[in-house]
Design a protein around this ligand. Structure first.
Ligand SMILES: [Zn+2]
Length: 85
């Protein structure tokens, strides 16, 4: 699945736990708004939006439902879980 538009949202200058979304005409404004709202929810959890494997913050270019910071962390977590029986 392709990554979301990296320029559709940006981090707020005033609050580092807030992202703002652009309301330009290309793309789907409603999707961008919902993505920004979900990312804000992720950023405001007690530990922020951090990868559970390495603890690094998840880049804002990732999908709003991303858990891991990069595919290698996702694969590491999958190997730790072991095979599905
Ligand atoms: Zn990671």
């Amino acid at each position: 699945m392709p990554a979301p538009d990296p320029f559709g949202i940006e981090l707020s200058d005033e609050d580092p736990r807030t992202v703002l979304f652009h309301t330009w005409m290309c793309g789907n404004r409603k999707h961008r708004r919902r993505r920004a709202a979900q990312i804000n929810k992720n950023l405001r959890t007690p530990f922020g939006w951090a990868c559970p494997v390495c603890g690094e913050p998840v880049p804002l270019q990732r999908r709003a439902d991303a858990v891991y910071c990069r595919p290698s962390c996702k694969k590491k977590a999958k190997r730790l879980r072991g095979p599905v029986v």
